[in-house]
Design a protein around this ligand. Structure first.
Ligand code: HEC
Length: 116
């Protein structure tokens, strides 16, 4: 039987290792030099749009509507993009072609500053 102590331990473990969310992230006080045109567009096109920007079967299961092909759509989805791909979040893209860690950190900064 699972005791209350075990459940409390599990909850702490989940809190410690769980998803990092956009509202926990902070924009540097001086702001970010990153912009959609200098960073976001290339990141999303390289790592996401092969599935999310496709049509029909090309989407490889990416749900309809989750398309990050414009600055407006990236801003509209920024919480979800952060939760799947920024900082320590690595569930997107699926598969072996992961963006490098420093790119995920830059994505986190750009989103935390409002995806300018
Ligand atoms: C190889 C195809 C593929 C690539 C590349 C890809 N995705 Fe996905 N994405 C999927 C599939 C399949 C799903 C549905 C299953 C799931 O949610 O895990 C999905 C779902 C999502 C969702 C909707 C579910 C949610 O959590 O809100 C978001 C947001 C998302 N992906 C973000 C991204 C981002 C950001 C990138 C690039 C860093 C990316 N994906 C790259 C295939 C892909």
């Amino acid at each position: 039987m699972i005791s209350r102590v075990h459940l409390a331990g599990l909850a702490m473990w989940l809190a410690g290792c769980g998803l990092e969310t956009l509202d926990e992230a902070s924009c540097p006080p001086a702001g970010t030099p990153l912009s959609y045109s200098s960073f976001g567009q290339a990141f999303l096109n390289t790592h996401c749009q092969s599935c999310h920007g496709g049509l029909g079967p090309d989407r490889q299961g990416a749900p309809a509507g989750y398309d990050f092909g414009t600055a407006e759509s990236a801003r509209a989805w920024k919480e979800r993009i952060y939760a799947r791909s920024a900082a320590g979040n690595t569930t997107m893209p699926p598969g072996p072609d992961d963006p490098p860690e420093d790119e995920r950190q830059r994505l986190a900064e750009w989103l935390a500053c409002g995806a300018p």
